[in-house]
Write a protein of this length. Sequence first.
Lengths: 195, 265
Amino acid sequence: MASTDEELVSRSMGGDLDSFNQLVLRWERPIYALAYRVIGREEDARDVCQETFLRAFRALGGFKGQAKFSSWLYRITLNLCRDWIRRERRQPLAQTPEGVDLVELAGEAEDTESIEELVARKEIGAAVAKAMALLPEEQRTAIVLKEYHGLTFQEIADMLDCPLSTVKTRLYQGLTVLRRQLERSNVTRLKDHHV
Amino acid sequence: MCNQASKDLLVSYLYDDLNDMDRAKVDMHLRACDECRTELNALRGVRVDLASWAPPLPDLGFRIVRDAKRLADQDARPAPRPSWRSWLTPAAGLAAAATLVLAAALSLAHIEIHNGPDGFTVRTGVSKSAAAAFDARDGARAVLARDVILPSDEGIDLAGIVRRIDALESAVHDTPQLRNAVAMNARASDEELIKRVRELVARSEMKQQGELVLRIAQVVNAFDAQRKDDLAHIQANLTNLQGTVTQEVVAHRELVNYMTAGKQK
């Protein structure tokens, strides 16, 4: 049975490097995905991811376990992303996911999904990336944490040091802007949802 | 959005984060308010679109390793039990020193070649920030899993390394066992290199294949769109032609009727 994050953190604090590297292995993809969606650049997201684990390792002694280990990592990542945005003084690039291998993607596709649907999904993904790049950092971060990492409103509020209502407002405003942008980009939606 | 339902409430409803009483209130409001219902549907649609945005799948494999200085210190301690590999140490030192010199030269061209115990890595265009991810204070750094741990950059004595290489080279020449060992290592390295190159070529081919699939799909889409346009155009022309023919038939019939009537008179 796989060890929990807490067990691995505890062993890491005792000097077990392998345990920490298990945590790295477990969390590197979510952390990379978070950094990529916030800053929008593959290579920089990789650097942020690498730096996140290094900082976490360094500061492990200060981790008191009050928050989840993943929340703590997310916070470090977001701080690094914020530093990157300030340092670069620019909006994230609307980088289409070039690294997505269509052959691999086809493997992940559902049996009923045709190549046209696959391409449509890719096109929508590119349109979403462009629209997300236009959002202010706070709105983008709130949407990424809620949509792609499944955090609760309260967890996001704690992570971003803001009231709960602010998180909801940022989400609402961000989604509304995205809605307009996506309508303008005129991409064909695969499936529609109704009440 | 109408004034009766706040956007906070709508967002909570959208993410199904309401208690039963509030949810019932929103449900009741949505039944009566077209505006809010439309907005909720639109926001749900945005959420569906958001699911299509996938990040790339890079080859990460980070791991934290101890500083090489510490490793070197550990290596310097006497081994508890000498193994059959201990006599290969000079050859390993030679290989490490040669790797260091080679890496220094290649770094000028922004190329990194790593030959570590876990594999062989060739990287180009290494970013500065990635290289900067080194923490001297705690003696740890985040590296790619396949990267070899090279000695620390601090206090490199190049002259000393060159002297050591010379000494080790002469040792290799003098010792047939070492010569054999180095030759075996070189063969093993070649095999690893070939294996890695093959992997790189295979990966590149996969990527090209993916691009080809994308291009073909785009061409098929464009072809379909063009075909639909052409069909619509043909249909419109046929309709026009049919109208013209009908008019001509009517005119012809009227003419025949007229001539028949004239003949009867």
